[in-house]
Write a protein that binds this ligand. Structure first.
Ligand SMILES: [Zn+2]
Length: 474
């Protein structure tokens, strides 16, 4: 099922994507941060990051380990929830993935996708240190430093040099790999953030850490840890995030004006480190550059080949995790699925079953939830309309059953089964579409997708996800 078709709908309400996160209490005496001038739109950040993210996933080996990914996502979620209100962009979708790479590095793309090298987690001494680097990276995203940097540059057309800017924003191995593949040779200009941006990311990072419940001094410690690694494998991060001067002391100083709110430490750090230690060694940048690395199939399965590729993922986990992607929706999904943002809603899918290419997204296994406004009040009629829209970008979509009465989160719903041909695998896939009406006559839809051959182990999951959803639009 491709997801880019939602752009063609009459009006897609992005309510689902709008995070509603509780603000921590007010703080005093902390440094006030003003985001740099930026001529690009927030949507440009999102587009840029999405395209670059597709490149990253093609070029870098993903660890694809549920446990480690969830651990990092959990830290990331807490940090994102602690971004001060004035630096939030509802269009941004922060995501966190671990790259199976040895060098100590992490990078975040405009709009939110973050990649953390396994080597970074292995070098950190505490969870707070991992959180420290992540908070710094999140700050670059929230302050829109990538496109701000481009703003300072030449008259770049967004789009034509997207890859180039992205490569540079990413920096390091990924950046040079991406830059090599693009036609412009101006990468070096963007490779580093300047001192001003580094200082901002340090300070906002410290503020976010404290609001999230981590000691901001841990970030300063992590930078020391990275520096101590020195020539071996540390400098990559430092070269794309140069020390603006007195970095350690400035973070410590800022920390003194901050109150750490609660304790976010999960207590899982040691066991995550142990788990990583039991895996085959991470790839080096050199191996990756030579094309000797590939994403692990690990316990989420993996992908091979290109057009008509094989996608293998584990069946839905028996344990469920709850997400609250918007202020009116709570949803529980199998714990081996991750949350992905998209143009028309949120998708929950195993990492190996979710694809982004050229700004379009597709998933082979999982559930997507979205809303469409402008309903007539007649659910069946509106669902028919929705199906027609889906069919425009999924020409092989076929109805298999009539509408059956069902419920979504205790409300009356209609469910119908369809078949489609996956654009990812070229194989038949089974689609379960359920719809219900929201109070303002918008339609909320839940789409379950699984390959025809595996649908048996997904039907019950789709049903359970629908039944357990909680809607609060009143
Ligand atoms: Zn930085």
């Amino acid at each position: 099922m491709t997801a880019n078709h939602y752009t063609k709908q009459r009006r897609t309400v992005l309510t689902v994507l709008v995070f509603s996160l509780t603000l921590a209490g007010p703080l005093s005496a902390q440094t006030k941060i003003v985001p740099p001038n930026n001529k690009y739109s927030v949507a440009d950040d999102v587009k840029l990051g999405r395209e670059a993210s597709g490149e990253v996933r093609k070029e870098l080996p993903m660890l694809n380990d549920n446990r480690v990914d969830e651990y990092v996502e959990d830290i990331g979620r807490k940090l994102v929830a602690a971004i001060p209100g004035e630096f939030r962009h509802s269009e941004f979708q922060y995501s966190f993935d671990v790259v199976d790479q040895k060098e100590i590095n992490a990078f975040a793309l405009p709009g939110g996708p973050m990649y953390l090298n396994r080597g970074m987690i292995e070098a950190a001494k505490t969870e707070g240190e991992v959180a420290g680097v992540m908070a710094h990276e999140i700050s670059h995203v929230a302050l829109r430093h990538g496109t701000a940097q481009a703003t300072k540059g030449q008259k770049f057309q967004i789009g034509s040099v997207l890859g180039q800017i992205a490569g540079a924003v990413i920096g390091g191995t990924a950046g040079s790999i991406i830059a090599q593949g693009s036609q412009f040779g101006l990468g070096a200009y963007f490779l580093k953030y300047g001192r001003e941006y580094e200082t901002q990311a340090d300070l906002l990072g410290a503020q976010i850490l404290a609001r999230a419940g981590y000691d901001p001094r841990e970030m300063a410690n992590m930078f020391k840890t990275i520096q101590a690694e020195g020539g071996r494998s540390g400098p990559e991060w430092l070269s794309s995030h140069p020390d603006p001067g007195n970095r350690y002391n400035n973070i410590i100083k800022e920390s003194q004006s901050l109150r750490v709110q609660g304790n976010a430490n999960s207590g899982q750090f040691a066991s995550i480190r142990q788990r990583l230690g039991g895996m085959p060694p991470a790839y080096t940048a050199e191996q990756i550059a030579k094309g000797q690395a590939q994403s692990r199939t690990g316990n989420t399965g993996g992908t091979t080949g290109t057009a008509g590729r094989t996608v293998r993922v584990d069946p839905p986990a028996a344990a469920y995790r709850t997400y609250q992607p918007g202020d009116f929706l709570r949803i529980s999904v199998p714990s081996n699925w991750q949350q992905f943002g998209g143009q028309g809603g949120v998708t929950y899918a195993p990492t190996a079953g979710y694809f982004e290419q050229d700004g379009a997204t597709a998933f082979t296994h999982g559930v997507q939830v979205g809303t469409v406004s402008g309903g007539t009040g007649n659910l069946q009629q509106d669902t028919n309309q929705l199906l027609q829209n889906f069919a425009k970008s999924n020409p092989n979509l076929r109805r298999e059953t009539n509408y059956a009465r069902d419920t979504i989160g205790g409300r009356q719903a209609l469910t119908t089964r369809l078949t489609n041909v996956s654009e990812v695998t070229g194989q038949p896939e089974s689609i379960t579409l359920s719809t219900t009406r929201l109070r303002d006559n918008s339609i909320l839809f839940v789409i379950g997708v699984a390959p025809q051959a595996e649908v048996g182990s997904y039907q019950e999951t789709f049903s359970r996800v629908r039944q357990q959803m909680q809607l609060n639009d009143r």
